[in-house]
Design a protein around this ligand. Structure first.
Ligand code: WQD
Length: 321
């Protein structure tokens, strides 16, 4: 049994690959290296440099490595960029996924694990988001993930594949310095970058209907994202009849931007007070997961707290002041 991990040379993909290999799985990675790096892969893991837009490459890697399951992580994920370049996002995230699904069916695969996102919910008006909360994505990125879930579920139903879609909430931290997120497009790296260059962290709005006025999110350690993928892989491998699951990955605990900045100051000792900046378009006030269903279905719970996320990101941060 070999698992194909698309996007396996990336920040999240690299953690998932390491987790599956450590648990004894045979893995092959397809990655176009547009944001990933071969240095993230453990020794001995084959890397095919290519895009999910290349159907022939997918067919070849599935045949040459006797692939039986796919973890599809390769995608574009910058919300703002998706608003500026919707067609690029639909192509990369949906045409790419369609190729993966067609190759999976043609290659006789039995398992599909799809990387989805809390972005499918849009601006939910609930304190805790369950998998039954209505999905109303607010940008092409979130739309591409919701439509992707529909494609995965319909393909699994029509062709007898077992599928799991995992909705990531806000991912942070790293399991090892060499696997850290080298993009600076999310709160923790953006705050670290400003603090280590002598600038005040920015708070995009403090007039939301939240306890301290700043946005609330459910932060989850990337090592927990990886362990949730392993739990899903085990569930897929054990399925005697086709299954179809859609699960949140979060901690069920909301943390505000101001609370995150205070925690980063406490851990790093960089205490420049934050500046309040204008709201960022499209930001929901609160996005916090109910993690009940994943616990029930996969017997999985997050194991890392906020200090572990921030501490590991700080330990891996290359630019000390
Ligand atoms: C978090 C909060 C900002 C930077 C992310 C991913 C998305 C999806 C869901 C995977 C927001 C505020 C940020 C800063 C700030 N994940 N902020 N100052 O927007 O919740 O979405 O998780 O699929 O792909 O982008 O995450 O880290 O951008 O922002 O005040 O310097 O922090 O306004 O409220 P977001 P984020």
């Amino acid at each position: 049994m070999t698992w194909l991990i698309t996007g396996g040379a990336g920040y999240i993909g690299g953690h998932v690959v390491r987790e599956l290999v450590a648990d004894g799985r045979r893995v092959v990675v397809l990655d176009d290296l547009s944001s990933g790096s071969p240095s993230r892969l453990p020794a001995g893991v084959p890397l095919v440099v290519g895009s999910t837009l290349d159907r022939a490459a997918l067919d070849a890697v599935i045949a040459e490595h006797a692939v039986t399951g796919v973890v599809h992580i390769a995608a574009k994920k910058a919300v703002g960029e998706s608003v500026e370049q919707p067609l690029r996002y639909y192509r990369e995230n949906l045409t790419g996924l369609q190729n993966v699904l067609e190759a999976a069916v043609a290659g006789g695969l039995r398992h599909v694990l799809f990387s989805s996102s809390a972005a499918v919910y849009g601006m939910p008006d609930v304190d805790l988001i369950t998998e039954e909360t209505p999905c109303a994505p607010m940008n092409p990125y979130g739309e591409s993930k919701l439509a992707g879930e529909w494609m995965v579920k319909a393909t699994g139903h029509a062709h007898g594949l077992s599928t799991v879609s995992l909705r990531y909430f806000n991912v942070a931290g790293t399991a090892a310095p060499e696997l850290a997120d080298d993009g600076v497009s999310n709160l923790v790296p953006m705050v670290l970058q400003r603090l280590t260059t002598g600038q005040a962290p920015l708070v995009f709005g403090d007039d939301y209907a939240t306890p301290d006025g700043s946005c609330v999110r459910d932060y989850i350690h990337v090592a927990d994202i990886a362990s949730a993928h392993l739990a899903a892989v085990r569930r897929l491998e054990a399925a005697e009849q086709p299954i179809a699951l859609t699960l949140n990955i979060g901690r069920g605990e909301g943390v505000s931007v101001l609370e995150m900045i205070a925690a980063i100051a406490r851990i790093t000792g960089l205490t420049t007070p934050p500046q309040i900046a204008p709201r960022r378009a499209g930001d929901p006030a609160g996005v916090v997961a109910s993690a009940e269903l994943i616990h029930r279905e996969l017997d999985w719970k997050a194991a890392h707290d906020l200090d572990a996320m921030i501490g590991s990101a700080w330990a891996a941060w290359p630019h000390r002041p």
